[in-house]
Design a protein around this ligand. Structure first.
Ligand SMILES: [Zn+2]
Length: 254
């Protein structure tokens, strides 16, 4: 797809988001970010979440890909539904899947870094951190021709060193159905649908066929409840929350 067509679609999307934000259900919001620290190292408790809502904005995020056999099917399903998601990629899997990474970018999905080989980033020195994050960023930059990537540290592990060296915003999550555990699509779908709230970020992994199936089923059910799927960047833009380098974000609750 040409860049012009894509930016045109993005303008339409942003106009739709502005329209959504002007609707009555969004009228009494304070648009305040809930900056969060990493759940593993810093141990900061997540603020009380609002009750499940009927409708709103949700960001679907997928970690640990790309994996050809599953990511391609997910991209097909998202394209059929006109849904944009965010993918946090493993660097070492990029060279053999450059077409998939380009397709993500061209189809309006957002792309982030999930390290080169899924290494926990806390406690790393500058050189080791660069070998995980900067190396992956360079791979993505060479593949896509831009340098506009978020960071999701493996295991959500963040410490002051990770924040200082990130070089981009750090995005965690607010709903984790643990799709890697029993790989039961029905349970994963129920977990997502039962907990979904306006402003949530959902964590899934596009390396399991069961997660792809669950993501698409959950998307269909949530859309019937009035949810609208956006990328992480679009979610925070709709809430007028600036994403700053080295800061952690896990929700965009209104
Ligand atoms: Zn991961």
């Amino acid at each position: 797809m040409e860049r012009g067509a894509r930016s045109g679609r993005r303008r339409v999307l942003l106009a739709a988001l502005a329209l959504w934000a002007a609707m009555p259900w969004a009228a009494c919001v304070c648009w305040e970010a809930i900056p969060a620290d990493g759940p593993v190292v810093d141990g900061v408790e997540v603020p009380d979440a609002p009750a499940p809502s009927a409708g709103g904005l949700i960001a679907l995020t997928f970690d640990d890909g790309p994996r050809r056999s599953t990511t391609a099917a997910l991209l097909d399903g998202l394209a059929e539904r006109g849904i944009h998601a965010t993918f946090f990629l493993i660097g070492r899997q990029i060279p053999n899947n450059m077409d998939l990474v380009r397709r993500m970018d061209e189809e309006g999905h957002q792309i982030g870094i999930h390290t080169y080989d899924h290494t926990q980033l806390t406690g790393l020195n500058r050189g080791d951190f660069a070998a995980q994050v900067d190396r992956t960023r360079t791979l993505l930059q060479d593949t896509l021709g831009h340098n506009h990537f978020l960071l999701r540290p493996p295991y959500g592990a963040v410490d002051p060193g990770v924040r200082a060296m990130a070089g981009c915003p750090i995005v965690l999550w607010s709903i984790d159905p643990e799709d890697w555990d029993d790989k039961d699509p029905a349970r994963i779908v129920d977990h997502i649908v039962d907990n979904a709230k306006d402003g949530d970020i959902i964590l899934l992994h596009d390396i399991y066929p069961t997660s792809v199936e669950a993501a698409l089923q959950a998307a269909d059910r949530l859309r019937r409840r009035g949810f609208y799927f956006v990328t992480v960047e679009e979610l925070f833009a709709a809430r007028h929350i600036p994403l700053e380098d080295g800061h952690c974000y896990r929700t965009a609750y209104p």
